[in-house]
Design a protein around this ligand. Structure first.
Ligand SMILES: Cc1cc2nc3c(=O)[nH]c(=O)nc-3n(C[C@H](O)[C@H](O)[C@H](O)COP(=O)(O)O)c2cc1C
Length: 264
Protein backbone atom coordinates (compact mmCIF):
# COMPACT_ATOMS: atom_id res chain seq x y z
CA UNK A 1 0.00 0.00 0.00
CA UNK A 2 1.46 3.36 -0.87
CA UNK A 3 1.53 6.22 1.63
CA UNK A 4 -0.86 8.16 -0.60
CA UNK A 5 -3.61 5.66 0.13
CA UNK A 6 -3.47 6.62 3.79
CA UNK A 7 -6.61 8.15 5.31
CA UNK A 8 -6.20 10.83 7.95
CA UNK A 9 -7.80 10.06 11.33
CA UNK A 10 -9.45 12.37 13.84
CA UNK A 11 -7.15 14.13 16.29
CA UNK A 12 -7.89 15.46 19.73
CA UNK A 13 -5.64 18.43 19.25
CA UNK A 14 -5.12 21.14 16.76
CA UNK A 15 -1.69 21.52 15.31
CA UNK A 16 -0.11 24.81 16.19
CA UNK A 17 1.97 26.58 13.62
CA UNK A 18 5.53 25.97 14.54
CA UNK A 19 8.71 26.80 12.78
CA UNK A 20 11.11 23.99 12.56
CA UNK A 21 14.66 23.41 11.58
CA UNK A 22 16.56 20.34 10.59
CA UNK A 23 19.34 18.23 11.97
CA UNK A 24 22.73 18.49 10.39
CA UNK A 25 25.15 15.68 10.37
CA UNK A 26 22.96 12.91 11.70
CA UNK A 27 23.99 9.83 9.76
CA UNK A 28 21.44 8.29 7.45
CA UNK A 29 20.68 4.65 8.02
CA UNK A 30 18.33 2.74 5.81
CA UNK A 31 17.13 0.22 8.35
CA UNK A 32 13.40 0.01 8.95
CA UNK A 33 12.68 -2.62 11.49
CA UNK A 34 11.22 -3.56 14.77
CA UNK A 35 13.87 -3.05 17.44
CA UNK A 36 13.46 -6.59 18.61
CA UNK A 37 12.28 -9.74 16.89
CA UNK A 38 8.73 -9.11 15.73
CA UNK A 39 7.26 -11.76 17.97
CA UNK A 40 4.15 -10.45 19.68
CA UNK A 41 4.31 -10.01 23.42
CA UNK A 42 3.29 -13.12 25.25
CA UNK A 43 0.55 -11.22 27.03
CA UNK A 44 -0.71 -9.25 24.04
CA UNK A 45 -2.92 -11.99 22.63
CA UNK A 46 -4.15 -13.96 25.59
CA UNK A 47 -5.12 -17.54 24.90
CA UNK A 48 -8.76 -18.28 25.71
CA UNK A 49 -9.15 -20.08 29.02
CA UNK A 50 -9.96 -23.78 28.60
CA UNK A 51 -13.62 -24.46 29.33
CA UNK A 52 -14.15 -26.05 32.73
CA UNK A 53 -15.74 -29.50 32.38
CA UNK A 54 -17.46 -30.79 35.54
CA UNK A 55 -15.53 -33.68 37.15
CA UNK A 56 -17.29 -37.02 36.35
CA UNK A 57 -17.78 -37.91 40.01
CA UNK A 58 -19.29 -34.53 40.73
CA UNK A 59 -21.91 -35.14 38.01
CA UNK A 60 -23.21 -38.14 39.98
CA UNK A 61 -23.70 -36.28 43.22
CA UNK A 62 -27.13 -35.18 44.32
CA UNK A 63 -25.94 -31.65 44.96
CA UNK A 64 -25.10 -30.10 41.63
CA UNK A 65 -21.79 -28.34 42.01
CA UNK A 66 -21.85 -24.61 41.54
CA UNK A 67 -21.13 -23.52 37.98
CA UNK A 68 -17.64 -22.12 37.73
CA UNK A 69 -17.50 -18.38 37.32
CA UNK A 70 -16.92 -17.59 33.64
CA UNK A 71 -13.54 -16.05 32.96
CA UNK A 72 -13.79 -12.42 31.85
CA UNK A 73 -13.37 -12.08 28.10
CA UNK A 74 -10.10 -10.45 27.09
CA UNK A 75 -10.64 -7.01 25.64
CA UNK A 76 -10.30 -7.34 21.88
CA UNK A 77 -7.50 -5.33 20.40
CA UNK A 78 -8.62 -2.28 18.46
CA UNK A 79 -11.89 -2.04 20.33
CA UNK A 80 -11.82 1.68 20.93
CA UNK A 81 -9.59 1.36 23.97
CA UNK A 82 -6.34 2.30 22.23
CA UNK A 83 -4.59 5.66 22.20
CA UNK A 84 -1.65 6.78 20.07
CA UNK A 85 0.27 9.61 21.77
CA UNK A 86 3.17 11.09 19.87
CA UNK A 87 5.53 14.01 19.49
CA UNK A 88 6.64 14.99 16.01
CA UNK A 89 8.52 18.04 14.89
CA UNK A 90 8.70 18.16 11.09
CA UNK A 91 11.55 20.42 10.10
CA UNK A 92 9.46 22.53 7.78
CA UNK A 93 7.86 25.97 7.89
CA UNK A 94 4.46 27.21 6.79
CA UNK A 95 6.15 28.37 3.60
CA UNK A 96 7.47 24.90 2.77
CA UNK A 97 6.29 23.62 -0.59
CA UNK A 98 5.15 19.98 -0.28
CA UNK A 99 6.07 19.46 -3.92
CA UNK A 100 9.54 20.85 -3.50
CA UNK A 101 11.00 20.10 -0.09
CA UNK A 102 14.67 20.62 0.64
CA UNK A 103 16.73 17.59 1.65
CA UNK A 104 16.58 18.62 5.29
CA UNK A 105 12.81 19.02 5.13
CA UNK A 106 12.41 15.67 3.40
CA UNK A 107 14.43 14.03 6.16
CA UNK A 108 11.87 14.80 8.80
CA UNK A 109 8.66 14.87 6.83
CA UNK A 110 6.48 12.75 4.58
CA UNK A 111 4.10 14.23 2.02
CA UNK A 112 0.72 12.48 1.97
CA UNK A 113 -1.87 13.71 -0.52
CA UNK A 114 -0.07 17.03 -0.74
CA UNK A 115 -0.02 17.44 3.04
CA UNK A 116 3.24 17.57 5.01
CA UNK A 117 3.42 15.26 8.00
CA UNK A 118 6.22 14.80 10.50
CA UNK A 119 7.79 11.35 10.49
CA UNK A 120 6.22 10.29 13.77
CA UNK A 121 2.94 11.94 12.81
CA UNK A 122 2.92 9.78 9.68
CA UNK A 123 3.58 6.63 11.70
CA UNK A 124 1.06 7.56 14.39
CA UNK A 125 -1.67 8.00 11.82
CA UNK A 126 -1.04 4.56 10.31
CA UNK A 127 -1.06 2.92 13.75
CA UNK A 128 -4.28 4.72 14.65
CA UNK A 129 -5.91 3.63 11.42
CA UNK A 130 -4.89 0.00 11.96
CA UNK A 131 -5.94 -0.17 15.61
CA UNK A 132 -8.99 2.10 15.59
CA UNK A 133 -7.17 4.28 18.10
CA UNK A 134 -7.67 7.87 19.13
CA UNK A 135 -4.63 10.11 18.75
CA UNK A 136 -3.07 12.70 21.00
CA UNK A 137 -0.35 14.90 19.57
CA UNK A 138 2.09 16.08 22.22
CA UNK A 139 2.80 19.77 21.70
CA UNK A 140 4.67 22.26 23.79
CA UNK A 141 3.96 25.95 24.35
CA UNK A 142 7.65 26.55 23.74
CA UNK A 143 8.66 27.88 20.35
CA UNK A 144 11.78 26.73 18.63
CA UNK A 145 14.04 28.61 16.23
CA UNK A 146 13.29 28.20 12.55
CA UNK A 147 16.89 27.87 11.58
CA UNK A 148 18.52 24.53 11.72
CA UNK A 149 21.44 25.36 13.97
CA UNK A 150 19.21 27.31 16.34
CA UNK A 151 16.92 24.33 16.87
CA UNK A 152 19.80 21.98 17.42
CA UNK A 153 21.35 24.36 19.94
CA UNK A 154 18.10 24.94 21.85
CA UNK A 155 17.35 21.24 21.98
CA UNK A 156 20.78 20.57 23.40
CA UNK A 157 20.36 23.31 26.00
CA UNK A 158 16.99 21.90 27.08
CA UNK A 159 18.38 18.39 27.34
CA UNK A 160 21.45 19.45 29.28
CA UNK A 161 19.31 21.50 31.67
CA UNK A 162 16.85 18.64 32.20
CA UNK A 163 14.02 20.92 31.06
CA UNK A 164 10.40 19.85 31.14
CA UNK A 165 8.70 22.09 28.56
CA UNK A 166 5.06 22.91 29.28
CA UNK A 167 2.49 20.86 27.39
CA UNK A 168 0.33 22.98 25.09
CA UNK A 169 -2.72 20.73 25.48
CA UNK A 170 -3.94 18.86 28.54
CA UNK A 171 -3.41 15.12 28.42
CA UNK A 172 -6.79 13.49 27.76
CA UNK A 173 -8.42 11.28 30.39
CA UNK A 174 -6.51 8.01 29.97
CA UNK A 175 -8.73 5.87 32.19
CA UNK A 176 -10.61 4.38 29.23
CA UNK A 177 -7.50 3.23 27.39
CA UNK A 178 -5.92 -0.18 27.98
CA UNK A 179 -3.21 0.23 25.36
CA UNK A 180 -1.15 3.30 24.53
CA UNK A 181 1.27 3.58 21.62
CA UNK A 182 3.89 6.25 22.24
CA UNK A 183 5.95 7.75 19.41
CA UNK A 184 8.78 10.28 19.26
CA UNK A 185 11.90 11.32 17.31
CA UNK A 186 15.37 10.90 18.75
CA UNK A 187 16.94 14.23 19.72
CA UNK A 188 20.60 14.28 20.61
CA UNK A 189 20.44 10.53 21.19
CA UNK A 190 17.80 11.21 23.85
CA UNK A 191 14.08 11.61 24.31
CA UNK A 192 12.97 15.12 23.33
CA UNK A 193 12.46 17.01 26.63
CA UNK A 194 8.71 17.42 26.11
CA UNK A 195 8.45 13.62 26.07
CA UNK A 196 9.63 13.66 29.67
CA UNK A 197 6.89 16.20 30.46
CA UNK A 198 4.33 13.85 28.95
CA UNK A 199 5.66 10.66 30.50
CA UNK A 200 5.87 12.20 33.96
CA UNK A 201 2.37 13.71 33.84
CA UNK A 202 0.41 10.96 32.08
CA UNK A 203 -1.19 8.34 34.30
CA UNK A 204 -0.12 5.24 32.42
CA UNK A 205 -0.04 2.84 35.37
CA UNK A 206 -1.24 -0.63 34.45
CA UNK A 207 -1.44 0.05 30.75
CA UNK A 208 0.10 -1.88 27.88
CA UNK A 209 2.60 0.41 26.15
CA UNK A 210 4.08 0.01 22.67
CA UNK A 211 6.84 2.39 21.54
CA UNK A 212 7.78 3.63 18.09
CA UNK A 213 10.42 6.11 17.04
CA UNK A 214 12.27 7.54 14.06
CA UNK A 215 15.86 8.72 14.01
CA UNK A 216 18.69 9.94 11.82
CA UNK A 217 21.14 7.21 12.67
CA UNK A 218 20.95 6.65 16.42
CA UNK A 219 18.28 3.96 16.34
CA UNK A 220 16.45 3.56 19.60
CA UNK A 221 19.35 5.21 21.48
CA UNK A 222 18.41 3.56 24.76
CA UNK A 223 15.07 5.37 24.92
CA UNK A 224 13.06 2.17 25.28
CA UNK A 225 15.02 1.26 28.38
CA UNK A 226 14.63 4.79 29.73
CA UNK A 227 10.87 4.78 29.18
CA UNK A 228 10.63 1.37 30.84
CA UNK A 229 12.29 2.88 33.86
CA UNK A 230 10.06 5.98 33.87
CA UNK A 231 6.91 3.89 33.39
CA UNK A 232 7.83 1.19 35.87
CA UNK A 233 4.17 0.63 36.76
CA UNK A 234 3.12 0.06 33.13
CA UNK A 235 3.91 -2.85 30.83
CA UNK A 236 6.26 -1.51 28.17
CA UNK A 237 6.70 -4.04 25.37
CA UNK A 238 10.19 -4.94 24.18
CA UNK A 239 8.74 -5.14 20.68
CA UNK A 240 9.07 -1.52 19.60
CA UNK A 241 9.17 -0.10 16.07
CA UNK A 242 12.30 1.82 15.11
CA UNK A 243 12.85 3.36 11.70
CA UNK A 244 15.42 5.59 10.04
CA UNK A 245 14.06 8.92 8.85
CA UNK A 246 15.18 7.94 5.34
CA UNK A 247 12.90 4.93 5.38
CA UNK A 248 9.80 6.40 7.02
CA UNK A 249 8.01 7.26 3.77
CA UNK A 250 8.26 3.62 2.66
CA UNK A 251 7.52 2.07 6.03
CA UNK A 252 3.73 1.82 5.88
CA UNK A 253 3.60 -1.93 5.28
CA UNK A 254 6.24 -2.58 7.94
CA UNK A 255 4.18 -0.59 10.43
CA UNK A 256 1.02 -2.48 9.49
CA UNK A 257 2.86 -5.80 9.87
CA UNK A 258 4.23 -4.75 13.25
CA UNK A 259 0.82 -3.71 14.54
CA UNK A 260 -0.77 -6.94 13.31
CA UNK A 261 2.05 -8.92 14.91
CA UNK A 262 1.07 -7.33 18.20
CA UNK A 263 -2.36 -8.87 17.85
CA UNK A 264 -4.40 -6.01 16.38
C1 LIG B 1 16.97 18.81 17.57
C2 LIG B 1 17.15 17.51 16.84
C3 LIG B 1 18.08 16.61 17.29
C4 LIG B 1 18.24 15.38 16.65
N1 LIG B 1 19.15 14.50 17.14
C5 LIG B 1 19.27 13.27 16.56
C6 LIG B 1 20.17 12.32 17.09
O1 LIG B 1 20.89 12.54 18.05
N2 LIG B 1 20.23 11.11 16.50
C7 LIG B 1 19.46 10.80 15.42
O2 LIG B 1 19.53 9.68 14.95
N3 LIG B 1 18.60 11.69 14.89
C8 LIG B 1 18.46 12.90 15.44
N4 LIG B 1 17.58 13.82 14.92
C9 LIG B 1 16.80 13.44 13.73
C10 LIG B 1 15.38 13.05 14.07
O3 LIG B 1 15.36 12.03 15.04
C11 LIG B 1 14.66 12.55 12.81
O4 LIG B 1 14.73 13.53 11.81
C12 LIG B 1 13.24 12.17 13.09
O5 LIG B 1 12.79 11.34 12.04
C13 LIG B 1 12.29 13.36 13.17
O6 LIG B 1 10.99 12.90 13.40
P1 LIG B 1 9.74 13.90 13.42
O7 LIG B 1 9.60 14.46 12.02
O8 LIG B 1 8.56 13.04 13.79
O9 LIG B 1 10.03 14.95 14.42
C14 LIG B 1 17.44 15.06 15.51
C15 LIG B 1 16.50 15.99 15.06
C16 LIG B 1 16.36 17.20 15.70
C17 LIG B 1 15.34 18.19 15.20
Amino acid sequence: MSPSSYLTRRRFVKTTAVLCASLAGAGALSACASDEAAAPEADSAPEPEPSAEPAPEAANQADTPAEPEPEPEPTPAGDGNVLVAYFSYPETTEASDPANLSTEEENSAVVVDGQIKGNNEFMADIIARETGADTFRILTTRSYPADHQGLIAQAQEEINAGDRPELAEPIPDLSGYDTVFIGYPIWWAELPPVMHSFLEQADLAGKQIYLFNSHGGSGNAGTKEEIKSILADATVSDDNFVVSRDAVANSEQDIVDWVRGLGF
